[in-house]
Design a protein around this ligand. Structure first.
Ligand code: ADP
Length: 470
């Protein structure tokens, strides 16, 4: 069996299914039509035969009337050439055949009994079993009344073989025609569906060729239908999104390794100096302190990397509970005061309402701490940081306001990107690893919330976290 026929027979393929249902529908319609034509033709032929039989019976009755009125009907009819020429039986009693013309065929006992019964029951038309060669006979029975005596029964016969032959030929012709039409339809449908689905196969082979290294490539399939154009556009959109995610994952990996390299290089320099020049007393302590700083930076970076990569919505909200926002903000204010003390920054806590949200208290604390750490980091000494909790349109709002350096308008759209630093040199000096706001954004979005930023360079910034209240 050739592969295309095998594919056609597999109803799991679109081509196979389309062809199968097309042929089934066409075959059923054509067969229905053929049966209708056959029945109409058969009905017409039999009606014509019966009308002819009845005309012949009436003609015989009027032509043979003198003989039928005579006392010896059998003898009168035997001598009548018209009676001998017609296929006729004349009975004075249903079971007695007074006259049977030579052209009326003899039947077996069943056929003869049927003829007698038709006369007895006065059945105008009956089909009787003939001999196997000539087939069945259609017989018309006419009752002819006679004045002053019993009626006679005239039976006229005609074979149905000719009609059966015509109907057989008609059926054969129609079966051959239907098979021919179905064959042509199967071929046509195969060609049409193959042509219609050719762009799908092209899409599949082009899609297979697109590798992770060449995600910039797009499918360009021409001449498809509206649906296929839509499919191609959707696949291209999907490729675009995959390309975007792969690029940002690559960028993230490159940035992360770059960030890891900086403290490692610093540590290597310190240890190299130590090994080369040796040191004593205060030098020794200063180098150890530098080393500890770099190790702390490395630890903070690794902690933030882990947090950022694991902070997806599903896992974050696994242990979600009702969280008293003012409660965790109060804890964070205590920590903020401890960090801010060194720069003599005043931390002010304003609780306007006590909203409750559903989420992870651990991660929500991390959100507030990251914002507070930034506020302290980018604020001048002896300034004030205000941390407030309020409710707004069904949201819990935690706002962290500082009087720091502020953020340039051009930097605002990027500050939530991982490793983005508005002022790289300044941020590195002050100790940020560039993941703080990215983590804030990720956690807040996992909780169904958002972060709004308002900032005026030189005057300060306000970060407002909106979380849907429980
Ligand atoms: P970093 O570790 O560098 O602070 P973040 O992701 O926390 O990284 O912040 C990204 C950048 O946004 C920072 O480098 C800084 O330039 C800017 N930024 C964040 N918070 C503030 C703030 N309160 N005031 C001024 N600039 C800020």
């Amino acid at each position: 069996m050739s592969s295309s026929i095998r594919q056609l027979l597999r109803l799991s393929s679109v081509r196979g299914r389309l062809t199968f249902w097309y042929l089934l529908t066409l075959g059923a319609s054509l067969s229905g039509f053929a049966v209708f034509v056959f029945l109409v033709r058969a009905h017409t032929l039999y009606r014509e035969l019966e009308a002819d039989l009845q005309v012949r019976a009436h003609e015989a009755a009027s032509d043979l009337r003198p003989a039928l009125l005579s006392l010896d009907i059998a003898a009168a009819l035997r001598n009548d050439p018209r009676a001998r020429a017609e296929a006729i039986i004349v009975r004075t009693m249903p079971d007695t055949g007074d006259f049977r013309s030579p052209s009326f065929p003899w039947l077996d006992w069943r056929g003869e009994r049927q003829l007698a019964e038709a006369a007895r029951n006065r059945t105008p038309l009956v089909t009787v079993v003939g001999d196997p060669q000539r087939g069945a006979l259609r017989v018309a029975t006419l009752v002819v009344d006679r004045p002053g005596t019993a009626p006679v029964f005239i039976q006229v016969a005609a074979p149905t073989a000719a009609i059966e032959r015509i109907l057989g030929q008609l059926a054969g012709t129609m079966i051959v025609a239907i098979m021919l039409v179905l064959g042509i339809a199967a071929y046509g449908s195969g060609v049409t569906t193959r042509r219609a689905l050719a762009p799908v196969e092209e899409i599949v082979s082009r899609a297979r060729q697109i590798q992770a290294q060449h995600l910039g490539e797009r499918l360009e399939i021409q001449g498809g239908t509206e649906e296929l154009d839509h499919l191609v556009a959707t696949l291209n959109d999907m490729l675009g999104r995959i390309e975007g995610s792969v690029q940002s994952a690559r960028r993230f990996a490159a940035d992360a390794s770059h960030e890891l390299q900086t403290p490692l290089a610093a540590m290597r320099t310190i240890v190299e100096m130590w090994a080369r020049e040796g040191c004593e007393g205060d030098d020794h302590r200063a180098m150890a302190a530098d080393l500890l700083d770099e190790i702390d930076r490395l630890r903070a970076l690794v902690r933030d990397l882990r947090l950022y990569t694991s902070a997806d919505a599903g896992r974050l909200l696994e242990d979600a509970v009702a969280v008293d926002v003012a409660g965790i903000t109060g804890d964070c204010c205590e920590i903020a005061r401890a960090i801010a003390e060194e720069k003599q920054i005043d931390v002010e806590e304003v609780v306007r309402e006590r909203p409750v949200v559903t989420g992870s208290p651990l991660h929500l604390r991390r959100v507030i701490l990251n914002l507070v750490e930034n506020a302290v980091r980018y604020s001048p000494p002896a300034s004030t940081i205000s941390i407030s909790v309020a409710s707004e349109n069904g949201d819990a709002v935690i706002a962290v306001r500082d009087q720091g350096c502020g953020i340039e308008r051009s930097d605002l759209p990027h500050i939530f990107e991982p490793f983005y630093r508005a002022d790289a040199a300044r941020s590195r000096d002050t100790g940020g690893v560039g993941l703080g706001l990215a983590i804030v954004d990720q956690i807040v979005r996992a909780h169904g919330g958002r972060v709004d930023v308002e900032s005026t360079p030189g005057q300060g910034s306000t970060f407002a976290v909106h979380l849907p209240a429980a």
